[in-house]
Ligand binder design. Structure first.
Ligand code: ATP
Ligand code: MG
Length: 411
């Protein structure tokens, strides 16, 4: 058998890296809960069509990134590549339309068969939100401000820029598509094979291409804003005004489109220049047609998702745990008392390491390795007098402390 190893593009998470991920998710949860969002956990796999029918059959995800498999009952299932489709599936199958608006957030692993590189994995973690049932720009302003507060709370506001664009309503999209196709036909020979194919099936997707030759053509393409009808332009203007009112800085990026079919009106990304090519840390938009397309009636929606790994890579704060206290018995006859003291200290809120075995010297070495701040040393003679020795491991200073005063001393 080949050497045991993890699958390409997957990682074992532990230590600082895991703590940073936890911090990002915990910060996200506490911020969005203030806005009234509640956590939902949907299954990690769904019927394949939940994704294949709704993300767009020319999207990168559906054409080449999904992990599909047949289970033993012959069903085609897919490991979720993103969160929105599953949440909307649940919204419909649980009958949540009865009580709008619905505000949900989720955190968990997503799976995409991509070329692994820094910030791009095959299993990665997203934290995301979905707000269903609000058609007005108020919803757009709320979810974008929430994304901003989230990165600000992580201390990353200075590292990211909010980019925003509007794709308009269906009428605006059709008008734009026509102009875009006319333009792309003039440059047909310069396009990549993929984009030649997209031109027929889904020309908007060409705007999102990562191929250099396509990017050159796209640079001269007509701009979305010139195709927005009056309603769509007014909608976009009120979203921007709302952000201005809150003092949230943004950059209108007329080239911003999103890779999935279900978006309309507002699309946005939080982008950093600190992660190389994988600079988008959070992305989202309005998906007013999705619920209906999935069979759930006319319900507006808007949401975003962030890459938890990408955000954690930006965090440079110290996430280490508080330094522990070492409890060190000297001699077998005081072991039981040492265990009792360790238990008492833990219940008082301290992190406590017990050396488990070895003489005083060995246990002191272990205590230093564990970066303990203080050692509580227990000997049988001392115990007879109901005292222990508390040693400061940085200064070396030590003092005798009464058994019932240890917590007080350590505080
Ligand atoms: P990209 O353009 O980088 O491929 P995307 O448009 O495919 O991103 P979304 O589907 O919008 O990404 O997902 C939202 C966020 O999830 C991204 O902005 C990114 O931070 C993160 N993300 C997406 N794919 C990956 C991946 N393979 N590995 C790590 N994080 C990812
Ligand atoms: Mg992608």
């Amino acid at each position: 058998m080949a050497k045991l190893q993890n699958v390409r593009g997957t990682y074992d998470l532990y230590g600082d890296a895991k703590r940073k991920m936890k911090k990002v998710v915990a910060t996200g949860s506490s911020v969005v809960e203030k806005y009234g969002f509640e956590e939902i956990e949907t299954p990690i796999f769904e019927f394949t069509e939940v994704f294949s029918r709704n993300l767009g059959d020319t999207s990168d995800i559906v054409t080449k990134e999904m992990y599909c498999f047949q289970d033993r009952g012959g069903e085609s299932l897919t490991l979720r590549p993103e969160g929105t489709a599953g949440v909307v599936r649940s919204f419909i199958s649980e009958g949540m339309q009865q009580n709008l608006p619905v505000k949900l957030y989720y955190a968990g692993p997503m799976f995409r068969y991509e070329r692994p590189q820094k910030g791009r994995q095959r299993q990665f973690t997203q934290f995301g939100v979905e707000l269903l049932g609000v058609e007005t720009p108020q919803a757009d302003i709320e979810v974008i401000s929430m994304a901003y507060e989230f990165v600000e709370t992580l201390g990353l506001a200075g590292n990211v820029v909010v980019e925003i664009n509007s794709l308009g309503d269906a009428e605006s999209r059709d008008a734009y598509r026509e102009k875009l196709v006319a333009y792309l036909r003039e440059h047909y020979d310069e396009l990549s094979e993929d984009s030649k194919n997209r031109l027929e099936k889904n020309p908007l997707r060409v705007l999102d291409s990562k191929e250099e030759c396509d990017k050159a053509v796209v640079a001269g393409a007509p701009l979305y804003k010139d195709s927005l009808n009056e309603t769509s332009a007014a909608f976009f203007a009120s979203v921007l005004k709302g952000l201005d009112n809150l003092g949230i800085k943004y950059r209108v990026n007329n080239r911003l489109v999103r890779g999935l079919d279900y978006y309309s009106h507002t699309v946005f990304e939080l982008v950093t220049d600190k992660l190389g090519a994988q600079g988008t840390v959070l992305a989202g938009g309005r998906y007013d047609g999705l619920v209906e397309q999935m069979g759930g009636g006319k319900v507006a929606g808007i949401g975003w998702a962030c890459g938890v790994e990408r955000l954690s890579m930006l965090l440079d704060e110290d996430v280490s745990l508080p330094r522990p206290i070492a409890v060190i018995p000297v001699g077998e006859d005081v072991n039981e008392e040492a265990v009792k003291i360790a238990y008492q200290l833990r219940r008082a809120g301290f992190r406590v390491e017990q050396g488990y075995s070895g003489n005083l010297k060995k246990r002191m070495i272990k205590a230093n390795k564990a970066n303990a701040v203080k050692a509580v040393i227990i000997g049988s003679e001392e115990l007879a007098q109901k005292v222990v020795t508390v040693k400061d491991l940085d200064s070396g200073e030590q003092k005798t402390v009464a058994l019932d005063k240890i917590v007080e001393e350590l505080n």
